[in-house]
Design a protein around this ligand. Structure first.
Ligand code: EPZ
Length: 422
């Protein structure tokens, strides 16, 4: 994508449905037999399409109704499904691991090619597998494929997660839905996407008690029913546009947000002197004459500062009035974008898991490469503020998580255009 920087953004956009809520909520359909799951506000993204292809390949019939008001996806599940996941589809997206729990719970068997690592670090699923084993699954890994099976039904029990892993929480909640007896999972992830999954499980008849105390209680049921649920707004996409508005000293409104989902980000932005007003489900960003103050950030599991927003924040802090630091505590290596920002004139040094960001006067446009979707978002944000033209290559990463980002930015007055093979 080509970006001519230096234009203050102005106008109003609406967030997409959350990618990281849509993916687990779509996997809930694998808990059905001969039923229908209807989801509203499903974003149009590469990763969502990959999950749709993967579910179709397993035998789910899928209907997509998209119009400007709603994007609805209907999952019609037959009495019986395949339980082997295709290698090509599984390796396209780590979230394919989310079919483990529901397929094992519903069919007693699943074969899933192990998800590959990616540019932000290894993506092990040891916590997912440990929990499933504790529920009675027999698991072996051969030639990079996880083969899991259980004699009879998975058994509900108390499970403690060594780390509040989002994916492990989601897989085990779905596994518990059709297990015998009650499952209590402790030290679960508290991301809003977990609440969305709980709502989706309840809509197909699974009693889920989620009191925000860090654990979840699920009483396994015999058979799920059909249901309908809505995907929550994408909090990470929202913060990407908030930072685009701030870095270009623009005046924008972002509609369909849940303010409490971005509290950690708003607290940091307030600390750095950004001007904004939060209304019921909308945020308005105002231009300020002053540059951002430097801040120190530590990424943490929710409700801490989200790791998925640290690259975008680094781009904004590259032009702050002093030295900021970002400590990445969730993933092993999520600073690949820094060297790309430095090619634009930023001054970011990485020492182990800390990025030291010395604010500079300006950034210059040049050719940069997206290494993962949030890194791509950071480079786009930097390009919007840089002098001259920035060309962000490998946009395929960005399309995985940002619906129509070129159109949304154009509607905010940005001068962007897509290159031939983006
Ligand atoms: C989800 O990934 C999100 N993806 C990620 O968003 C997000 O960054 C992450 O949660 C943290 O919020 C989806 O929801 C599809 P984790 P997930 O399990 O579930 C380690 C984006 O940009 N770990 O909470 O994979 C793991 O290596 C993506 O939209 C284990 O060691 O995250 C990582 O260091 C990127 N063993 C940490 O925990 C396990 O069994 C957090 O992983 C599982 C995880």
């Amino acid at each position: 994508m080509k970006i001519n920087g230096g234009i203050p953004l102005h106008g109003t956009i609406k967030t997409q449905g959350a990618k990281n809520a849509a993916l687990p909520v779509m996997a809930v359909c694998l808990l059905l037999r001969g039923g229908t799951l209807t989801l509203d506000n499903v974003p149009e993204l590469y990763d969502v399409n990959t999950m749709i292809e993967l579910l179709k390949d397993l035998g789910v019939e899928i209907k997509i109704n998209r119009d400007e008001k709603n994007s609805q996806v209907i999952f019609k599940v037959p009495e019986d499904l395949k339980w082997e996941v295709s290698e090509t589809l599984a390796r396209k997206m780590r979230a394919s691991s989310l079919v483990l729990g529901p397929l094992l719970a519903n069919y007693g068997r699943v074969s899933l090619p192990l998800p590959g690592g990616c540019s932000i670090g290894a993506r092990p699923i040891d916590l997912h597998l440990k929990g499933l084993k504790q529920m009675g699954a027999e698991i072996e890994i051969a030639n990079g494929v996880v083969h899991a099976q259980v004699k009879g039904k998975l058994r509900g029990r108390r499970i403690y997660l060594d780390f509040p892993s989002v994916g492990a929480t989601e897989n085990l909640m779905m596994a518990a839905s059709l297990a015998t007896g009650e499952t209590i999972i402790e030290n679960i992830a508290r991301e809003p996407e977990i609440d969305n999954l709980a709502a989706a499980l309840r809509c197909v008849g699974v009693p889920v008690e989620l009191e925000g105390t860090g654990d979840v209680r699920i009483k396994g049921i015999e058979k799920t029913s059909s249901g309908r649920e809505r995907v929550i707004p994408d909090r990470i996409e929202a913060c990407t546009y908030i930072l685009a508005g701030i870095i270009t000293n623009g005046h924008i409104k972002i509609e369909d947000i849940v303010p409490s989902h971005i509290d950690a980000i708003l607290a940091k932005l307030e600390e750095s002197g950004a001007k904004f007003k939060v209304k019921k489900n909308m945020i308005e960003i105002f231009p300020t004459k002053k540059k951002l103050h430097p801040v120190s950030i530590k990424t943490m599991p929710y409700p801490g500062f989200p790791t998925d927003s640290q690259p975008q924040m680094a781009a904004a802090l590259a032009l702050a009035r002093g030295v900021s630091t970002i400590e990445e505590n969730v993933f092993q290596a999520r600073f690949l974008y820094a060297q790309e920002l430095n090619r634009m004139g930023a001054d970011i040094q990485i020492s182990r898991d800390v990025a030291i960001i010395r604010g500079v006067e300006k950034l210059q446009g040049t050719l940069v490469k997206a290494t993962d979707l949030r890194a791509g978002a950071a480079l786009i944000i930097a390009g919007l503020a840089a002098e001259g033209q920035t060309v962000v290559d490998d946009m395929v990463h960005v399309w995985r998580g940002y619906e129509a980002i070129d159109k949304k930015l154009k509607s905010l007055g940005a001068q962007v255009e897509l290159g031939v093979n983006s």
